[in-house]
Design a protein around this ligand. Structure first.
Ligand code: SF4
Length: 321
């Protein structure tokens, strides 16, 4: 079976059941995202709803047996998205991260998912061990980015964000990752540049990393993408998804971000926010508690970085260099 999902969740359960998980976000952004947003709007989806949600709605009809909707810890729009899908006869399966980051509650949520897919905890843990072997190699890829400058920020973004579903095929993913790492280790380091962190949901601006690369920036930390790759390699499934900061409060994110900025020698922070996203409020707290030069940029529809944003990026780089 092909199981879609709306954001990272214990995907181990789906693999353990022998199904293929597909992150709807990757499917949306990897196709023709602008056309999908236009299609949703032609059906009456409001202009002032986040473009990602409209894109997720469109791709949810591309051959899935069920959709797992993450109802706690991600996005309140997901609740309404699930209602819209259920209304069109799509099977929707809810999964919620507990707001209070409580281990027992998370354990129960994972158990419900296991029951729905007919797998035991032991099978889930086996799947986790398999995926952790790949995640360990992604930790190495991340190190090659910030320590050796042999992997670009854009490559880092793509590999880490793809770890939400491993392209639906962990064996192929691991093989391709191995080939990439072999090549990357043989490269000469890129010229050093200002070291930036990119915070926030993966940008809908399709050439942001190309623009940053062109401006000579070294992106040494992709916050949320790194979280999707579960770099903590925790001992069991519950502690792994407790360590995953994205679904909890902005303070959980700060506990990850602040030490990483120091470890990675970050010169400035680029905080990406999505138009009409509740995480814009979190961004106020990120700015308040991060003691580094901080630039917020916003994306709305899928497309290229606009001239104004590019100018703001250039001015920011002038300040920090
Ligand atoms: S960007 Fe924000 S509003 Fe849009 S889907 Fe993600 S969490 Fe929801």
């Amino acid at each position: 079976m092909r199981i879609g999902f709306t954001t990272s969740f214990p995907v181990e359960v789906i693999f353990a059941a022998g199904h293929t998980p597909v992150d709807l976000n990757n499917l949306f952004i990897g196709g023709d995202p602008a056309a999908r947003v236009d299609n949703a709007e032609r059906k009456g989806w409001p202009r002032n709803v986040c473009a990602w949600i409209k894109g997720l709605h469109e791709v949810a009809f591309e051959g899935f047996d069920a959709i797992v909707g993450i109802t706690g810890g991600d996005c309140s729009n997901t609740h309404s998205l699930m209602s819209a899908l259920a209304d069109q006869s799509v099977e929707v399966i809810p999964f919620g991260f507990p707001y209070n980051r409580n281990a027992a509650t998370l354990d129960r949520e994972i158990a419900k998912l296991e029951e729905r897919f007919g797998v035991t905890r032991a099978q889930t843990e086996d799947a986790k061990r398999r995926l952790d072997a790949i995640r360990a190699r992604l930790v190495e890829l991340d190190r090659l980015t910030w320590q050796e400058n042999r992997v670009t920020g854009g490559e880092n973004h793509l590999w880490l964000v793809s770890a939400s579903d491993f392209g639906g095929d962990p064996d192929r993913f691991e093989r391709e990752l191995g080939e990439f790492l072999t090549l990357a280790k043989q490269r000469q380091p890129q010229p050093a540049g200002p070291r930036l962190a990119v915070l926030g949901v993966p940008p809908i601006l399709t050439d942001l990393y190309d623009v940053l690369h062109e401006l000579g920036v070294q992106v040494v930390f992709n916050e949320v993408q790194r979280q999707f790759a579960m770099p903590g390699l925790m001992p069991d499934i519950v502690t792994q998804y407790l360590a995953f900061t994205y679904p909890y409060t902005v303070f959980a994110r700060l506990d990850d971000i602040v030490p990483q900025l120091a470890t990675r020698g970050v010169d400035g922070v680029l905080s990406y926010t999505q138009a009409f996203c509740h995480r814009q409020i979190d961004n106020l707290l990120l700015r308040k508690y991060i003691d580094r030069p901080f630039l917020s940029i916003e994306g709305d529809r899928p497309g290229l970085v606009d001239a104004r944003t590019r100018l703001r990026l250039e001015s920011f780089l002038d300040i920090i260099t």
